[in-house]
Design a protein around this ligand. Structure first.
Ligand SMILES: Nc1ncnc2c1ncn2[C@@H]1O[C@H](COP(=O)(O)OP(=O)(O)OP(=O)(O)O)[C@@H](O)[C@H]1O
Ligand SMILES: [Mg+2]
Length: 314
């Protein structure tokens, strides 16, 4: 097996004449969190369905855990866990019964199955509600139960399709902690989200999906640096220093809100910042403070697609 947990190339999928995936290439290193970020209808769930053998692509190849999703479907399924966008929880069963059902489906011997079920109930703080029918669970509890069901059988690669949509801030944080914990245990996570902050916080790499195409890929910092708008803010002691700085920094502009601050376009990397400060130093211009401002992922989305993530219509 290679060190890539997931490798996809040239994925295409259309429903009738509506192209949903238009040539997707991606690679996810084992033991990392990869986030597919995109607005409603971008094609996130379709991508997950193709990567998890639930749907066949029209073209392209996918290897998951080193196995081809089309010719080695069984081996792929044995290596992965999937938490879909809509909970797979059976409402008419209790929390414990839902988990037990998963253990049975995985053909775990009785005692081992029982142990795993109890461990998972404990881990997700569901022991007290274990006897209650899932239909009585809150949205957050269902999400937790759903993820717990995915973890039965300890899959090494887990696909989570919008795991925190609709969760309150506390439940979202618990979900984030759980995801980080899993990665700490060496699990690979493929996560889709509409929340820029979530991808930024969790993922080592992010791919931005827009209308079936990946419009950008990279680490959160790389994405932020790619787009115009990042700058260094320099603060000076007084008007004389500002005037001196403006003479030597031809691309500096005054900050709209603070008279003593200049903004200098910059990729924000250490090298550029060092060059800038050295340049000022050479001309004996004193800087009081400096800070690097990189845009957040909402800005990234706006720059890459010309729209904010919320304003996308399908
Ligand atoms: N079974 C289907 N038949 C026809 N069109 C479909 C089908 N499933 C999805 N689509 C279309 O494919 C596009 C991508 O859908 P997909 O569910 O992959 O988006 P998504 O990024 O997961 O969106 P969301 O954030 O709303 O979950 C949408 O335009 C959707 O209408
Ligand atoms: Mg979806």
């Amino acid at each position: 097996m290679t060190s890539s947990a997931i490798e996809a190339s040239g994925l295409r999928k259309a429903y009738g004449d509506k192209v949903v995936l238009d040539g997707i290439d991606l690679e996810v290193a084992a033991g990392t969190i990869f986030s597919l970020l995109g607005p409603n209808g971008a094609g996130k769930t379709t991508t997950v369905n193709v990567l998890t053998t639930l749907m066949k692509a029209d073209a392209g190849t996918v290897r998951v855990a080193g196995h081809d999703v089309v010719t080695e479907t069984k081996a792929v399924r044995a290596a992965i866990g999937v938490t879909g966008q809509f909970a797979a929880v059976d409402d008419l069963l209790t929390g414990r019964e839902n988990l037990q059902l998963m253990a049975d489906l995985k053909r775990m011997p009785g005692a081992q199955g029982k142990r795993v079920v109890e461990e998972l109930l404990e881990r997700f703080d569901l022991t007290e509600s274990a006897q209650k029918m899932a239909s009585t669970y809150s949205g957050g509890m269902r999400r937790k139960l759903d993820l717990a069901m995915t973890l039965v059988g300890k899959p090494r690669i887990i696909f989570l399709d919008e795991p925190t949509t609709g969760l309150d801030p506390r439940s979202r944080r618990i979900m984030w902690d759980t995801i980080r914990q899993l990665v700490g245990e060496g699990v690979t996570i493929f996560l889709t989200t509409q929340y820029l902050e979530e991808a930024d916080r969790l993922a080592g790499r992010i791919a931005v999906l827009d209308q079936g195409r990946l419009v950008a890929q990279g680490t959160p910092a790389e994405l932020k640096r790619q787009i115009p708008g990042s700058h260094v803010r320099l603060r000076f002691a007084g008007d004389a220093e500002i005037a001196a700085a403006l003479r030597v920094l031809t691309d500096a502009t005054r900050d709209a809100e603070d008279d003593l601050v200049l903004r200098v376009p910059s990729d924000g990397g250490a090298q550029s910042v060092r060059t800038l400060l050295t340049h000022l130093d050479t001309h004996a211009v004193d800087v009081e403070e400096f800070s690097v401002h990189t845009p957040d992922l909402d800005d990234v989305f706006l720059a890459l697609t010309g729209r904010t993530s919320e304003k996308v219509s399908n």
